[in-house]
Design a protein around this ligand. Structure first.
Ligand code: UT7
Length: 373
């Protein structure tokens, strides 16, 4: 429990209080309910986001390397050795992001034992929303019946979940909300060109979610570090469909509504550099070392990227979580999907330190260090 200390009473009766190194100034009209004000203020200052539950969902359809061999000039062996991906999950006709987000969110709420009506905030990370307007978060809010939740989407591609987690955690730290549902969902099968062998092998569909709850305990999101470099925008984009090139016959005929990636190698190098940098920043800020980490969960982009990050940081293979063999790169879903599998698979115990890190289009990248429990 915090100790409050009255520092001084000024001549004009303004009270200046210090609490565990923080200072609060109260004017005379606050004096009558001072104790409540102080407690309320202090509890808001010290609330952090704790991951109280996780959930995930992948669609039933499978797209194997053998299937891709029928679509483009490639071999299953090339895909397996160059990416580590064996198969991906893909949605059926008519399925959209919120159809995947809904079961993932329900599972997260269930594991957190939190009712939908208790959620104050929904942040959905996605670049494949149900619709451009309204947000997928709003579609989801209605379907979950999270009646009082604020809801909006975040567009940071494969880094989307780390961005969304950081935003939700900061809403909690600012005292604005007490509980948040953070979802990462993407349906890349709807924006991938299955005639482009450079990209179609990488991506799959999926969703993952966590419930964040305000806590004053030690188990919580310890830090988040976010970065962006828009000079990399052209390296990975969907050129049309926005206000620059609205959808028309020509954009459809020229295939501008699907993912273009002129240089996979540039992204490869930037991803290794970015994720390593973001993890190192989190380690430094929290004064911990790689040896303290139970698990490193990187964005599941390519096994060679993940291994290079692990190698640079000195994280051995047993603490490097991977599931891209079964799902490929699910963009914003990849980290919460992996986190849910790690949690349900018994890979995380209370008190463990888990590092999340991502890199994606934008460029965007970042990390989150979490004390599990
Ligand atoms: O979240 C971020 C999303 N993006 C990424 O994560 C992409 C990161 N980049 C990568 O994962 C890799 O760069 C790729 C998997 C995309 C490509 O692997 P690579 O080892 O960088 O291959 P490469 O582009 O250097 O191509 C090597 C060779 C080339 O042939 P030549 O010029 O050596 O004769 C390509 O034409 O492999 C050829 N190639 C293929 N061969 C069979 C390229 N794609 C394929 C393919 N099947 N699908």
């Amino acid at each position: 429990m915090a100790s409050a200390r009255r520092i001084e009473t000024l001549a004009d009766k303004t009270l200046d209080y210090g609490v565990d190194g923080m200072r609060m100034v109260l004017t005379p009209e606050h004096e009558s309910s001072f104790e409540e004000l102080l407690l309320d203020w202090y509890s808001r200052q010290t609330a952090y986001g704790r991951i109280a539950g996780t959930g995930s969902y992948v669609p039933e359809g499978r797209l194997t390397n053998q299937d891709l061999q029928k679509l483009v000039e490639t071999t299953p062996e090339w895909i397996q050795t160059r990416t580590g991906i064996g198969e991906r999950r893909v949605v059926g006709e008519g399925q959209a992001a919120s159809d995947l987000a809904l079961p993932a969110a329900r599972r997260a709420l269930e594991s957190a034992r939190v009712g939908a009506e208790e959620i104050d905030l929904i942040v959905v990370a996605t670049v494949t929303p149900d619709t451009w307007m309204p947000s997928t978060a709003c579609w989801l809010q209605a379907r979950l019946k999270c009646r009082r939740a604020i809801a909006f989407d975040v567009n940071a591609a494969c880094s989307g979940f780390v961005y969304a987690l950081s935003i939700a955690d900061n809403f909690i730290r600012a005292g604005k909300v007490k509980s948040a549902l953070v979802v990462g969902v993407d349906v890349f099968s709807k924006i991938v060109n299955y005639q482009d062998r450079g990209t179609c092998l990488l991506f799959g569909d999926g969703a993952g979610a966590v419930v964040l709850e305000a806590t004053t305990g030690d188990s919580r999101v310890l830090s988040t570090h976010l970065y962006a470099d828009g000079s990399g925008a052209k390296a990975l984009e969907v050129p049309a469909g926005g206000s620059r090139l609205p959808a028309c016959h020509e954009t459809v005929e020229r295939g501008l509504h699907t993912v273009t990636m002129p240089s996979g190698q540039e992204i490869f190098r930037s991803a290794v550099r970015g994720m390593t940098e973001a993890v190192q920043a989190a380690l430094d800020e929290n004064k911990v070392t790689v040896a303290d980490l139970t698990l490193l969960i990187p964005h599941q982009a390519n096994i060679r990227i993940l291994e290079a990050v692990g190698e640079r940081l000195g994280v051995d293979r047993s603490r490097l979580f991977t599931n891209l063999e079964r799902y490929g790169n699910t963009s914003a879903a990849s980290i919460p999907l992996a986190l849910d599998e790690a949690s349900r698979g018994g890979r995380l115990a209370p008190g463990d330190l888990v590092m999340l890190t991502a890199f994606g289009a934008g460029f965007t990248w970042g990390s989150a260090l979490v004390r599990w429990g």
